[in-house]
Design a protein around this ligand. Structure first.
Ligand code: MLC
Ligand code: AMP
Length: 508
């Protein structure tokens, strides 16, 4: 029997005693440990009734055990559903109702609050803590290490990752074994990862970047990762002499550049710095090259598509561009409304097709249909152009999305919460250039006549309802919102009016 993705990882294991992960608290986990322990975790999943196709939702801290849980899901044929640790209970409740998991794994401290939500959709709850301990780990420890992997083909689901919706509800992007396997294989080859590579892994593992780009590439290469629970610039610099590669969001590079200890000498052992998830400013790219002698390799992807483009390994890594379509990925620029392909150099909608592109949104056939063209191209919502040398440039977003420190924030979700307050007439949430997070979530609010609703009232109302990274960094009160002749709020006018509020040195 074959298990499409896990077999691919298994085939790349260099030797059982080779190290897969070294943690910041001094643990070392070998490939042999990974095989044995993921087998134990898989037995534990089956033991609570998880069957192939069942969803396993996990809101857990970053630990080696969390990676074992992901691998155990693959091996048991379950669909892994990782959730941002910042999500609040109302957010979790939505995901549980929508995905109907068989099992929910959460932090022991959160279990009393999470368990009733899980039970309401018929899910079992097990725990896994920051120290890698909990009821899931306890059960796993009692299991056999050999596990007969469930048969899973290329089109079977491996994971569901939720992306916030432009309007209304979050959508679960369904990713198949082949979506993940094909992308990991292509990236491993394109970026020349091999068994001697050591990746500094400081990203969270509940989104595409940290889980599928970083972890899957390491597994596909039989490489090693220095597995950091959290991004700490000083620590990352201290690890550079022992590593060969780093993957990060632009905020990582901005913060690393603030460290005096970032020097050419400190990066001498490194062969590759990769950035993605949000635009890397040309200014950051240039400062990095000047300081370290390395050109950051920028790539472009999204939850629904995995990675679409990458700057070249050999050849010019062009600042402000995301490089070329990856092997096997077709990319075109089309007129947003009609989908008519545009000529080279023209700005339009970026559309992609390939084995990397997801299988659709979970239980949303209409939404899925609306985001694909008839010939199978996925409409990314990103606006771009292809220059004369073939480099793809992202020039904006058709979708109303803010990216803060690599996390996506949809204004609609925050506006709904603010507008629900008694003293608020209306609001517009925008992204404003921010020196650290790239964009800062900013709320522009109109009070109802006579209302004295304050920024603190708004913060208080959102706390506990929305994940912290979605909270406005500033709230600005205005008499009215600018509108066009159609009555639509002109967010571009607002973005322009407030473009300097986070300029270096200012509050926020
Ligand atoms: C934390 N905070 C954020 C934030 N991260 N606010 C806005 N945006 C963010 N990204 C909040 C904290 O809750 C805290 O609030 C305050 O900001 C300062 O926290 P911090 O200590 O400075 O933040 P830190 O924990 O260091 O986190 C920053 C970060 C992190 C950049 C390291 O956000 C991060 O790891 N980002 C990576 C996201 C990622 O992996 N994206 C990939 C998505 S996949 P307070 O009020 O308590 O002070 C994808 C596809 C693709 O996009 O192409 O890859
Ligand atoms: P997510 O839905 O979290 O996967 O975020 C995907 C979005 O992040 C894409 O649609 C882009 O808007 C953005 N993105 C990812 N990588 C880059 C990049 N290198 N440059 C600009 N935007 C990017």
């Amino acid at each position: 029997m074959t298990n499409h993705l896990f077999d691919a990882f298994r085939a790349r294991i260099p030797a059982p005693d080779r190290v897969l992960m070294e943690t910041d608290d001094g643990r070392s986990i070998s490939y042999g440990d990974m095989l044995a322990w993921s087998g134990q975790f898989a037995h534990a999943l089956v033991g609570v009734g998880v069957q192939p196709g069942d969803r396993v939702a996990a809101q857990v801290e970053k630990t080696p055990e969390a990676v074992l849980l992901y691998l155990a899901c693959l091996r048991a044929g379950a669909v892994f559903l990782p959730l941002n640790t910042a999500y609040t209970l109302p957010e979790l409740d939505y995901f549980f109702r929508d995905a109907e998991p068989r099992l929910v794994v959460c932090d022991p401290q959160k279990a009393p609050a999470v368990q009733p939500l899980a039970a309401s959709v018929g899910a079992e709850t097990l725990t896994l803590g920051r120290d890698g301990r909990g009821t899931l780990a306890d059960r796993a420890a009692q299991q056999r290490t050999d596990f007969q992997d469930a048969a899973r083909g290329p089109d079977d689901l491996a994971a569901i990752l939720y992306t916030s919706g432009t309007t209304g509800r979050s959508k679960g992007a369904m990713l198949s074994h082949e979506n993940l396997a094909s992308n990991a294989r292509v990236l491993t080859e394109h970026w020349r990862f091999g068994a001697d590579d050591v990746l500094i892994h400081a990203l969270p593992i509940f989104h595409t970047h940290g889980l599928f780009v970083a972890t899957n590439v390491v597994l596909m290469a039989g490489a090693r990762m220095l597995f950091e629970q959290k991004f700490d610039p000083g620590r990352v610099i201290s690890l550079l002499p022992r590593a060969t590669a780093l993957m990060g969001v632009p905020t990582f590079y901005v913060r690393l550049l603030q460290q005096d200890s970032l020097t050419k000498d400190a990066t001498r052992a490194m062969r590759l710095f990769i950035s993605g998830s949000a635009p890397l400013l040309a200014e950051t790219h240039n400062a990095w090259r000047e300081r370290t002698g390395h050109a950051i390799l920028e790539r472009y992807g999204m939850t629904e598509t995995n990675m679409n483009t990458s700057n070249p390994y050999d050849g010019e890594r062009r600042a402000g561009t995301v490089g070329f379509p990856l092997p096997g990925v077709s990319l075109r620029i089309a007129e947003p409304e009609s989908g008519k392909p545009l000529a080279q150099g023209e700005i339009g909608m970026i559309e992609v097709k390939g084995p990397n592109v997801f299988a659709g949104y979970w239980r949303m056939p209409e939404k899925t249909k609306a985001e694909f063209r008839d010939d199978g191209f996925f409409i990314t919502g990103d606006l771009g152009l292809i220059d004369a040398d073939g480099y793809v440039h992202i020039v904006g977003r058709g979708k109303d999305l803010i990216i803060s420190g690599g996390y996506n924030v949809y204004p609609n979700e925050i506006e709904s919460e603010i507008d629900a307050l008694a003293g608020v007439a209306e609001s517009a949430v925008i992204g404003v250039a921010h020196p650290d997070f790239g964009e800062g979530v900013t709320a522009i609010v109109v009070r109802k006549p006579g209302s004295a609703v304050s920024a603190a009232d708004i913060a208080g109302a959102i706390a506990g309802r929305l994940a912290k990274y979605k909270h406005p960094k500033q709230v600005i009160f205005v008499a009215e919102l600018p509108r066009n002749t159609m009555g639509k709020v002109q967010k571009n006018v607002l973005r322009d009016a407030y473009k300097d509020i986070y300029a270096a040195g200012k509050a926020g």
